[in-house]
Design a protein around this ligand. Structure first.
Ligand SMILES: NC(=O)c1ccc[n+]([C@@H]2O[C@H](COP(=O)([O-])OP(=O)(O)OC[C@H]3O[C@@H](n4cnc5c(N)ncnc54)[C@H](OP(=O)(O)O)[C@@H]3O)[C@@H](O)[C@H]2O)c1
Length: 278
């Protein structure tokens, strides 16, 4: 039987990638909605949409992602990342659908010196991180039929670190890049295929899925070298930048659970970056 899938957040980086993937690579029926079609914070709207068809899976790629603005817009951040996610979990549970949701390395404080496993305790430093953690907790309280996938430094659409860096490089021949933050880029192309592996195995639970780790400054150097930029990179530390929100300095997510259940490793950050730049 063909699966019915509801995909939310079609105009975002990850939602766009899922839409392309499902439409060209699978025989699933996919209903694809964007922010203009549904506000996940509106409970009645969510329930109306979810009961339209008998969905086996709801993929939530929506989020409030502005880490710094969230410090000021706490209510909006929580409305989307907590209340909206709770609405989706309730609707999924009532309609016997699996909820696939994405979370972040920013639920951790970055004080660890080894990669974060799914069993490590969260301790978010920012409102954004807190709102995403509340979203995770809501799902776990409401349903057991879920996949929570934690990712970091997502790229794949038009607005991400790579596209911004290229834009900055055209505007200046001196760029300040953070040198004391390490995490893992996550290419939406690779992530979507990894999530599809989990869907096919009918697994539930929390997974970390990213490409391999790199310091932000080394990622920037690699990208700028690839585009033959000849300017100067100046390394700065997180504490010297006037970010409104605190960020974890060390935020490597350990993919071990994903690797062991599907027996496939995620591609390296260099390989993912090369494919995106092509
Ligand atoms: N981007 C990263 O570096 C990063 C890092 C770690 C984790 N993640 C997580 O990965 C997932 C995918 O991120 P992404 O980069 O693909 O996000 P994105 O490009 O910012 O897309 C998010 C989408 O959600 C929509 N949206 C916001 N509020 C909504 C609401 N109330 N109802 C319906 N739609 C709403 C946005 O629409 P508008 O533009 O109209 O608001 C946007 O199209 C998210 O869960 C995110 O938290 C991302």
């Amino acid at each position: 039987m063909r699966q019915n899938i509801l995909l939310l957040g079609k105009d975002g980086q990850l939602g766009g990638e899922f839409a392309r993937f499902f439409i060209s690579n699978t025989g699933c029926n996919v209903d694809v909605l964007g922010h203009g079609d549904i506000d996940i914070a509106d409970k009645r709207m969510v329930f109306d949409v979810v009961k339209r068809r008998s969905y086996s899976t709801i993929i939530n790629c929506t989020a409030y992602n502005n880490v710094d603005l969230a410090e000021k817009e706490k209510e909006v951040a929580f409305k989307v990342n907590f209340i909206g996610v709770r609405n989706l979990a309730e609707a999924a549970q009532k309609n016997h659908a699996k909820l696939i949701h994405f979370s972040t390395d920013y639920i951790f404080d970055g004080k660890q010196t080894r990669p974060y496993c799914i069993y490590d305790s969260p301790n978010p430093l920012s409102i954004y991180g807190k709102s995403k953690l509340y979203g995770e907790k809501a799902i776990k309280e409401i349903t057991s039929n879920y996949l929570i996938i934690r990712v970091s430094w997502v790229f794949g659409g038009a607005n991400n670190f790579i596209t911004k860096l290229i834009k900055w490089s055209r505007q200046s021949n001196k760029l300040e890049i953070i040198q004391d933050q390490i995490s893992s880029p996550t290419y939406t192309y690779d992530l979507v295929r990894a999530v599809y592996n989990l869907i096919n195995k009918d697994l539930s639970g929390t997974f970390h899925i990213t490409n391999t780790p790199v310091k932000k400054i080394d990622w920037a150097k690699y990208i700028l070298n690839k585009i033959n930029w000849s300017g100067q990179i100046i390394g700065v530390n997180l504490k010297d930048v006037d970010f409104k929100a605190a960020r974890p300095r060390y935020a490597i997510l350990d993919n071990f659970l994903y690797n062991s259940v599907v027996n496939v490793e995620m591609p390296s950050w260099e390989d993912a970056t090369d494919r995106f730049l092509e």
